[in-house]
Design a protein around this ligand. Structure first.
Ligand code: SF4
Ligand code: SF4
Length: 518
């Protein structure tokens, strides 16, 4: 189901220009990519499809100049009507009329077990005493590739930006991510669309080639850029692979595991077509797997080739979708990667069949501990870093992910929201009013790189402080000592899928989790 709730959308007709002067205005029709508004035969705007509203309120913010649109959430019909809601009926009618299934952007909607089912255990007498957040330091640094590479990545915070391709989002959106990574000393990621000129320089803190040659950084301390090696091989060349600070082999992603990539032709402009090496306006469909990799030995060979290619200087990462986290992480670690990103089910995307986003994958919280256990069982928990992705919203989610066994977390949708996104789920249409999931000049113009990157930096700093608050109240001054013992599950479901002790019971549930040990 596309719809996550029900919204009343009303127009105050007494003040609406189109009702006073028919055929005038109509800004809300342009603002709403979901087609909620239309004009009647007399030129007046009316609510044509209230059911399509997802409550993003872009129409209120970017549309009506007279502020005469109101969007209010109402009780989901599913509570009173069960599974045959009006949306379900409408959806069936639509499929019956068109024979087409739904494609949309963003991540899984609805009730999926998530970090909210976990709480942090503060220290009192029976556990480590709390640290003083205001007077003591916290050691945030995470190093990737320390034992294997001459140029390991040293993240100043246990945070990265999730991969987002140039194509799925605008060049300005990508630039803001790179510049924010430089200001924070963390890792940005090209995603699967190749690299636009200057992307790595921005992530390193240089505004252009000349300032790089002169050694004058604009943004300190400078960050890192991972170049993605995906199934579509868009923009992949030896130069590309050597120009990043790490190579990420993409196997899958949270929003569409097992599906490959999907960039609709409307967003394939001349520049994107040139970088990806395909005709303008063509759908960019990445295969669901690497055709030259059919078993774990092939993966190990690829890791070795990439290490050779980069002269053993740069970390090799792998990105997995949410499938069989224990076995997948074990195979990846045995293949010799330096870090494993595991993207849980609620991870976002620019475009995906809705049936996949809603129904395929494993919740993020169920992936992390299994993947961490695989690394522990192999004796690689310190050497191979685990990065948790998929629905990380704030410092609390980050703390809980790290307590479950991750070494760092990735911000994807939350980073986009910090840049202005309103979660309207229409990224695939390419008409994002906030200049992110679009290639249209008129929308892109609304992103100012400096202020957009500052918003991201502010957001990450706030998350880092939230993280530190929770870490220190539970007795930690570094990442290494944080563990599942710092968490309790507040419902049976969360306890069962994470193995975290159930609050009040003080035991793992079911008891087979008791044998889990870090
Ligand atoms: S989908 Fe968004 S823009 Fe469209 S009516 Fe609803 S809140 Fe407004
Ligand atoms: S990036 Fe833009 S189009 Fe996509 S969900 Fe956010 S506001 Fe909507």
């Amino acid at each position: 189901m596309t719809l996550v709730g029900h919204y009343w959308v009303t127009i105050e007709k007494e003040r609406c220009r189109s009702w006073q002067q028919p055929w005038k205005c109509g800004a809300c029709i342009d603002a709403c990519e979901r087609g909620v508004f239309a004009r009647d035969e007399k030129g007046r705007v009316f609510i044509a499809n209230e059911l399509a509203c997802v409550g993003c309120r872009i129409c209120m913010e970017k549309g009506c100049p007279n502020s005469c649109i109101y969007v209010r959430a109402v009780t989901p019909e599913i509570i009173s009507k069960g599974i045959w809601t009006v949306q379900t009926v409408e959806e069936i009618h639509k499929k019956a009329e068109t024979g087409e299934y739904e494609i949309r952007g963003y991540g899984t909607m609805g009730s999926i077990p998530h970090f909210d089912g976990l709480v942090v255990v503060p220290s009192q007498l029976a556990s480590r005493p709390p640290k003083d957040k205001y007077r003591e330091n916290f050691q945030y640094e995470v190093v990737i590739g320390q034992e294997t590479c001459t140029n390991p990545i040293k993240l100043r915070y246990p945070f990265v930006f999730a991969a987002m391709s140039y194509g799925a989002i605008s060049r300005e959106g990508k630039m803001a991510l790179s510049v924010a990574a430089a200001k924070l000393g963390i890792l940005a990621n090209t995603g699967e669309g190749g690299m636009f000129p200057g992307e790595a320089l921005l992530a390193h803190g240089y505004s252009d080639e000349e300032s790089y040659r002169k050694g004058i950084k604009k943004w300190n301390p400078g960050g890192y850029l991972a170049v993605q090696f995906s199934t579509g091989r868009w923009g992949v060349s030896v130069d590309y692979l050597r120009s990043g600070d790490a190579i990420e082999i993409k196997i899958g992603q949270g929003a569409k595991p097992g599906m490959g990539g999907h960039l609709l032709g409307d967003k394939v402009t001349q520049d994107i077509a040139r970088i990806r090496g395909l005709p303008v306006g063509t759908d960019a469909l990445s295969p669901c797997r690497h055709y030259d990799m059919s078993n774990p030995k092939d993966l190990a060979k690829l890791v070795e080739i990439l290490r050779d290619l980069t002269n053993y200087e740069k970390p090799i990462l792998i990105k997995l979708g949410p499938s069989r986290p224990y076995d997948d992480a074990r195979i990846a670690a045995e293949a010799g990667v330096d870090a494993i990103s595991i993207d849980g089910m609620v991870g976002g995307t620019g475009a995906s069949p809705e049936v996949v986003t809603q129904h395929a994958g494993i919740p993020t919280i169920a992936c992390i501990r299994q993947a961490a256990k695989a690394l522990k069982d192999l004796g690689l928990k310190k050497k191979v870093k685990l990065i948790a992705l998929g629905g990380i919203r704030d410092g609390a989610d980050a703390f809980k992910a790290i307590a479950l066994g991750a070494d760092a977390v990735g911000f994807g949708a939350a980073a986009e929201i910090a840049l202005g996104c309103r979660a309207c789920m229409m990224c695939h249409k390419g008409a994002c009013h906030y200049g992110l999931a679009t290639q249209e000049t008129r929308f892109r113009a609304c992103i100012d790189i400096e202020s957009a990157s500052n918003r991201l930096v502010n957001f990450i700093h706030a998350c880092a402080e939230e993280f530190k608050t929770l870490a220190m109240l539970s007795g930690h001054d570094c990442l290494e000592t944080i563990s599942p013992e710092d968490l309790r599950a507040i419902d049976l479901n969360t306890a069962a899928i994470t193995g975290v002790k159930l609050a009040g019971l003080e035991k793992a549930f079911p008891s087979t989790w008791e044998t889990f040990d870090y």
